[in-house]
Write a protein that binds this ligand. Sequence first.
Ligand code: A3P
Length: 304
Amino acid sequence: MAETEAETIQAKMQKLLAEASKKSPEELVFNYKGVLYPRFMCSNESFQALESLEAREDDVMVVTYPKCGTHWAIKVIHELLYSLQNKDVPIDQAIIEFLNPEKVEHLKGKPSPRLFATHMYPDDLPKSFFEKKVKMLLIFRNPKDTAVSYYHFSNKNPVLPSFDSWELFFEAYMEGKVCFGSYFEYALDWNKHIDKENIMVVTFEDLKEDFKSELLKISDFLGLSLTEEQVALVESKTTFKSMKENSSNTHGKLGDVFFRKGEIADWKNYFTEEQSKELDAKFEETLAGTKLGEKMNYNKYCTF
Ligand code: A3P
């Protein structure tokens, strides 16, 4: 992206963040089909405009609940689809529900392959994404670390309502009264789709613990084969350290907010025994025994 264009986007973002920081928690959210969304990022008009976005067979979509590793996955796929192919494509505003109607129009003319991301529920996505069997990479992260990451993010990102304490955030998270709704309902809804050939599930934890083998699976899923050198190159460009170091270019003043710790098990520093048990019970009631629940390796990552 030309430097001036990047600067304009950052300047617009700064203005928006300054405006958002003056608003009350109620003014920051709106309800769309029973789920809360950040008013400064999306609107009814953006959801309506999205309905006219026709998917293409070679589109690629990253699907995440917030804080599960969206930007990490976008960067990895961006490297695979564009950088390794010597295509100069900027990573800009990939999250489709954050696009205004004008940007949606712009996307319609973008060359293939297009890379998108979304936090939307499957039933709310434009139907053509399923009809065209767009490749979707679902990134899930254990619900305890996701909660802690989301707590910090909510308090540092002015477009989201903040919380006076971890306890208050935990309550809202468990009740699904946070932006993008309940982690558990979101995961259950996506679980209905995971047997489809165009859908692949990757976990944050597997990416952390065995990046190379996950990268090879992802590239295989996208129909690409990588040399050893390419694997090493993508790995070096997508480590937490390198993404954090570059974050003021990619995310402006919110760089350190998007790239906070990037670790597994930080939840142990926040959850009380009681909160941990409450979430265990919720998991048992909802995702335990589902295919997605199995993939999460809950006992390994969510036990004190
Ligand atoms: P933490 O808050 O636990 O640090 P999202 O992109 O969906 O908003 O997810 C953000 C979370 O992913 C943050 O978690 C962030 O630090 C982590 N993350 C981002 N890039 C990462 C990377 N390359 N490696 C490991 N974690 C990363």
